[in-house]
Design a protein. Structure first.
Length: 175
């Protein structure tokens, strides 16, 4: 996978921090440490051309940070420019514990908005099982076809949990 440069992303917005909930209440001192760490990450990742994602593992770690703790399925998209610099990360759809509705048209609109050349699709499986379902594979093919019509490449579709990640691209599930 080519290096992915991070130019402008959203990591630790107050709404994002509030969405990182555990099954058990987190002690205030632990929450403060996590909030501080997220704020530092946001500051470093938002600096243009400062951080480069060199490996798929770095992308997986980033997505696990962003989606791994969610208690319901959340579908997000990372938008990249022609130089493979990350121009935006957007959680786009949220659903229930086991599913979410994804609207390819909305992804297309956001890709055009960001003038994206490539995207990485991502969602979490709160169950912890990161294996793709038949619906996940079908949806990925559908989005790949639709974005291909406007010359936007689907670079990968990563499914994450709190402690694992599965890359459809690495498994040959993306054309």
């Amino acid at each position: 996978m080519p290096s992915l440069k991070v130019c402008d992303s959203t990591l630790a917005t107050p709404a994002r921090r509030k969405s990182l909930v555990n099954k058990e209440p987190m002690p205030a001192h632990e929450r403060a440490v996590i909030d501080a760490a997220l704020a530092i990450l946001e500051r470093y990742m938002a600096v243009p051309k400062r951080r480069v994602m060199q490996t798929p593992q770095e992308v997986h770690d980033y997505l696990r940070l962003m989606l791994g703790a969610e208690q319901r399925e959340v579908f997000a998209v990372m938008f990249f420019n022609i130089k493979l610099e990350l121009v935006a990360y957007e959680p786009m759809f949220a659903g229930s514990l086991i599913s979410t509705h994804v609207y390819p048209r909305e992804i297309l609109v956001r890709a055009l908005h960001h003038q994206a050349k490539g995207v990485i699709l991502a969602h979490n499986h709160p169950s912890g099982d990161v294996q793709p379902s038949a619906a996940d594979i079908g949806m990925t093919k559908n989005i790949t076809t639709i974005l291909g019509l406007i010359d936007v490449d689907v670079l990968d579709h990563v499914i994450v949990s709190a402690d694992a990640a599965f890359s459809m691209g690495a498994q040959g599930l993306i054309q």
